[in-house]
Design a protein around this ligand. Structure first.
Ligand code: DX5
Ligand code: ZN
Length: 216
């Protein structure tokens, strides 16, 4: 099943609650929340207090994407704020198993993400431990960038590794960056089943139609 996770980075933060409710009503299964620390990526967004407020207006799955250094420091805060899935970057730490275990200790799903240049095979030993793999299809840091076609190979490699390990039903493959009705068929064909879309949903005149077009 294809799930759509609109990224609130492209929303109007002055009315965040209404924006989240609008995409939930428009058919999104999840809400993608981009957390940036100005260190792991050259941009700063939001923290647990914003998620805690947003949690009050929406009961969809909160898909928190941590783009922060040394994420173990903040797993508890993001879990308690109301995240359902917490994804961190392979490149942001060395204690991957500890971070995954910390996320699970709060009863949350754990995701691990790679940047476009990181070879997908590095994830293989961690696949039995996670609930989701996020393959970045742009450089993390900003919304509104163009999809990088070379990342399709990473999606395929992740899919093949999961199949080889008989984990393809248990572990979701998410893609994030430059996802539009035009690029969505490519990532689905490669094996992705959770599609993040920021600009393509929030900037659309008809958000329901945009979500339906991306879902295909
Ligand atoms: C980028 C973020 C993405 C971004 C996607 O670092 O992780 O979630 O908001 O935005 P679009 O869909 O506009 O590329
Ligand atoms: Zn993201």
């Amino acid at each position: 099943m294809i799930k759509i996770s609109p990224s609130i980075l492209a929303s109007d933060f002055s009315k965040l609650g209404e924006e989240i409710k609008s995409v939930a009503y428009a058919g999104a299964e999840m809400i993608h929340i981009d957390v940036m620390d100005g260190m792991f990526v050259p941009n700063i967004t939001l923290g647990p207090c914003v998620i805690k407020s947003a949690r009050k207006v929406c009961d969809k799955i909160f898909d928190t994407h941590l783009m922060i250094n040394d994420p173990i420091r903040y797993i508890g805060d993001f879990a308690e704020a109301g995240s359902d899935i917490i994804t961190f970057h392979f490149e942001s730490c060395t204690n991957h198993v500890e971070v995954i275990n910390r996320i699970h200790s709060f009863g949350k799903k754990a995701g691990i993400s790679i940047k476009p240049a990181t070879p997908a095979f590095v994830l293989e030993p961690l696949l039995p431990l996670v609930d989701m793999v996020l393959v970045m299809t742009v450089e993390p840091g900003f919304g509104g960038q163009s999809f990088i076609p070379e990342t399709l190979e990473s999606v395929k490699i992740v899919k093949d590794m999961l199949t080889k390990l008989s984990l393809e039903v248990k572990v979701d493959i998410e893609v994030d960056g430059g996802i539009t009705p035009e690029t969505a068929p490519l990532v689905k064909e490669a094996g992705a089943n959770v599609l993040v879309a920021g600009s393509a949903v929030f900037k659309a005149e008809d958000r329901g139609a945009a979500i339906a077009a991306i879902r295909g």
